[in-house]
Design a protein around this ligand. Structure first.
Ligand code: KG4
Ligand code: ZN
Length: 355
């Protein structure tokens, strides 16, 4: 069976077709980075309008690439949340009306489930169960993944998400949006030992994260380097100082993510760790996780680099996996569109203590 996937939760429009055997037949993506760059971040209204403009051309591109006609599809999967309200509505209105017109079922997909399952699309996919580190612009979570749809939250962030911390810190030291990749690039030229930055909640005894203290420590250091007493939008910091600060920040955040991930694998008794979400593209995180995992006999799985950040393939794949597990979904023709800008993948529960 073939599933069309639509992603439009933030600043990427993604369309893809995936089979229930897990094969991506075609995928197309449009990133809005260039459009939002001048504003230093995502402008929600511009994002929604752009999704509307891009969806049909992207769908045509995917049809051409895959050679699949719309009347050959079996279902339409779409991200219904979490994300920007208008952006979600754009993709969902498109998906629901297309499905209704074609008489196909709609498979509403949670954006984080898309990320969580994306490493299964790689050449060497992990098998269930595994521990997952989900680190994106909006979320930081450690999860126990026992099977499709069987997810357990072990811990999450109390404040900023890992990607958000990268983005805000980058902005603080004058790097352009999107900050995460820019900061990571600059960090390659810096000395990660130069500034001793805090590793928040490293020894908290649970799997919770907090990155706002680290962000404040970077701000204080940046102000010292710029010789100012008040935070300012454009602080004059020497290029090498900036690179050293970026490297020290990256080392601190990676340290926390790696140690907590390893502790979670140990507690769960899992020998497989899956990393998903945009921050999963970070090279230092990949390197350190591989090193630590190797020492403890854990195997680490990452999505392909192009599937780390938002894309349509992960949504089509999640839909296809649900359809494969439950073919009766084919009979479900409910076109009462519902988007959920804020929704948890798993209902909130207590963090699982380390011991
Ligand atoms: O998963 P994603 O595309 O969108 C959300 O669902 O949020 O993640 C985007 C986040 C952004 O915060 C971006 O700065 C971060 O992932 N990111 C990175 C890197 N590439 C993307 N952070 C650190 N290092 C990178 N190389
Ligand atoms: Zn995402």
């Amino acid at each position: 069976m073939m599933v069309l996937g639509i992603e439009s939760s933030c600043d990427e429009t993604g369309v893809a077709i995936c089979t229930t055997e897990g094969q991506i037949l075609g995928q197309a993506l449009h990133s809005q980075i260039a459009m939002h760059k001048d504003y230093g971040g995502v402008v929600p209204e511009l994002a929604s309008r752009d999704h509307i403009r891009r969806l049909i051309p992207l769908l045509e591109q995917v049809q051409q690439q895959s050679g699949v006609n719309l009347n050959q599809l079996h279902a339409v999967a779409v991200t219904t949340g979490p994300g920007l309200p208008g952006a979600l509505m754009a993709g969902s209105a498109f998906a629901y009306s297309l499905a209704m017109g074609l008489g196909l079922p709609v498979l509403p997909i949670h954006h984080l489930e898309g990320h969580l399952l994306s490493p299964l699309l790689s050449q060497n996919p992990p098998s269930f169960p595994f521990t997952a580190l989900l680190v994106s612009g909006g979320h930081s979570q450690l999860m126990g993944v026992h099977g499709l749809g069987n997810y357990q939250v072990l811990g999450e962030t109390l404040d900023d998400a890992a990607g958000e911390a990268f983005d805000k810190t980058a902005k603080m030291i004058g790097l352009p949006y999107p900050g995460g990749p820019a900061l990571a690039k600059l960090a390659e030229q810096g000395d990660a030992q130069r500034f001793k930055l805090p590793r928040p909640m490293l020894h908290s005894g649970d799997f919770m994260f907090s990155f706002s203290g680290l962000k404040t420590a970077v701000l204080t250091t940046a102000m010292k380097l710029a010789g100012v007493t008040q935070p300012a939008e454009h602080m004059a910091i020497a290029e090498q100082d900036k690179a050293d600060l970026a490297a020290s920040f990256q080392a601190a955040i990676v340290d926390v993510l790696v140690k907590k991930s390893m502790a979670a694998c140990k507690q769960m008794g899992h020998k497989r760790l899956v990393v998903a979400g945009g921050v999963g593209a970070n090279r230092m995180l990949r390197k350190q996780l591989h090193e630590s995992a190797h020492k403890t006999g854990v195997e680490v799985f990452f999505p392909e680099l192009n599937l780390c950040t938002d894309n349509g393939a992960m949504i089509a794949f999640a839909g296809a996996m649900h359809l494969r597990a439950n073919p009766t979904l084919l009979n479900q023709k409910n076109y009462a569109m519902q988007t959920r800008p804020r929704c948890a993948l798993v209902p909130p529960n207590e963090a699982t203590p380390l011991v």
